[in-house]
Design a protein around this ligand. Structure first.
Ligand code: LLP
Length: 418
């Protein structure tokens, strides 16, 4: 579901013609639909209404301040993984009591910053991290709340790079490591263990792996209860998949119906950390075809965006639908590799894609690029990052201007000794 639709053969974002935006702000650019963003957040809220969870939007999916602010205004908390994301969260005046902090490698500086900011809790991923938090809490004379991130060892049936609950995974604590920490919790006298956290992977299209994970965690909660240890929170992470191609992914309602009974049984306050589900289909990447190149084996559409703007196809072999901004009435279908200008063979946006014959100078939209698009972009090949534009109804505004060449070198220095 999204609000990018054709009207009289032109692609619109809500009520704005996308080609008007690109003519004004240039190509490539990310265009986001406010309504799509907020409706996805509301859908999750409604589906889980019965248990009224805290929904912490996962900032890493798209960390633009305007996107985060729109969601915070709608009632979201934030799931962060770095000092930089905390800075963003505080910059838009997110209630710190709605911020949760995950990640395997939080540094002392990041932990200190988060303690001083009074976040809701850290999701602790190792004993060593627990020790660091304890030491810093003593130093700052504070009591700090944490949840333990458990690796429940389930298979979420998703790309191997975005599975996070395999036995060999770097994330979380095994049940036995968590048990040890809990039974020795008095060692960490400045730390309150308030609950448990899981995040089993991303782009998960079925409820089953969540059910398996929550069932395992529920057993553990019972075991701990009989040892006199009680929790207040259970955070089931993010990971809900969206439709990129023709995946049969569950709706928020189907997912909620399947998982709510188990969550209710725990008797704990529930936290969700969705990223992609909220912002994935709310963004497109618009690009201009620079050249059409036909070789003996391939037809290439060489566009002005590439893996530095959207790395998902290169990194995960991810599929993104690619459509023209302007549909032509009579055009034959052709098979293309849609590639970027970057000097890497891995720089492609689609391979062997059948689409209407396209000429140089025409524009295409790479759909469902709202999540892990701009936030994973880079300056590789010294390419300034694309502009980002947010549309709401018939209004639109630049939420990040295109970078300039000066932006690329602004912080660089040439030492005297060369
Ligand atoms: N919570 C934690 C602790 C996470 O690590 C993540 C994502 C999320 C929540 C949000 O997951 P989501 O609801 O968006 O699936 N770059 C990859 C996805 C990496 C996900 C990393 N962690 C991609 O483009 O597919």
């Amino acid at each position: 579901m999204h609000y990018f639709n054709y009207k009289t053969n032109n692609l619109y974002c809500e009520e704005v013609r996308v080609s008007d935006i690109v003519e004004k702000f240039g190509s490539p650019c990310y265009v986001y639909s406010y309504r799509t963003l907020i409706e996805h957040f509301r859908k999750l809220q409604a589906a889980f209404k019965e248990i009224n969870p805290l929904i912490c939007y996962s900032v890493k999916a798209n960390s633009n301040l305007a996107i985060c602010k729109a969601l915070v205004n709608a009632g979201a908390g934030l799931d962060i993984v770095s000092g930089g994301e905390l800075y963003r969260a505080l910059k838009i005046r997110t209630n710190p009591k709605k911020i949760v902090f995950a990640g395997v490698g939080k540094t002392d500086e990041e932990i200190t910053y988060a303690i001083k900011s009074g976040i809701l809790f850290f999701n602790v991923e190792s004993e060593a991290e627990m020790e660091s938090i304890q030491e810093l809490a003593i130093k700052l004379r504070r009591t700090v709340n944490v949840c333990l991130r458990i690796n429940p060892e389930v298979d979420p049936h998703t790309h191997r790079y975005i599975k996070t609950a395999q036995k060999e995974s770097k994330f979380g604590l095994s049940f036995s490591a968590a048990r040890l920490l809990l039974l020795n919790r008095e060692r960490f006298f400045n730390v309150n263990i308030k609950g448990l956290h899981i995040h089993i992977g991303s782009q998960i299209t079925e409820a089953r792996p969540y059910i398996q994970a929550v069932a395992k965690v529920s057993e553990f909660i019972k075991e701990m209860k009989s040892a006199g240890i009680k929790f207040e929170y259970l955070n089931i992470g993010g990971g809900m998949g969206i439709i990129y191609k023709k995946e049969t992914t569950q709706t928020a309602n189907v997912f909620a119906r399947a998982i709510i009974p188990l969550l209710k049984n725990t008797g704990l306050k529930i936290i969700l950390e969705p990223g992609r589900f909220i912002v994935g289909s709310a963004g497109i990447l618009v690009s201009r075809v620079t050249y059409v190149k036909e070789t003996e084996l391939k037809n290439f559409l060489i566009v002005d965006s590439g893996m530095s703007d959207l790395i998902r196809p290169s990194l995960y072999d991810a599929y993104h639908e690619i459509v023209p901004l302007r549909k032509k009435s009579k055009s034959r279908q052709k098979k293309y590799d849609i590639v970027g200008p970057i000097c890497e063979s891995g720089d492609f946006l689609a391979k062997d894609r059948i689409m209407p014959q396209t000429e140089a100078g025409e524009y295409v939209a790479i759909m469902c690029s709202g999540a892990y698009g701009f936030s994973m972009s880079s300056n590789y090949n010294s390419r300034p990052r694309a502009a980002e534009i947010l549309v709401k109804g018939n209004e639109y505004s630049v939420i990040k201007p295109r970078e300039s060449y000066l932006d690329l070198v602004r912080k660089e220095k040439i030492p005297r000794f060369i």
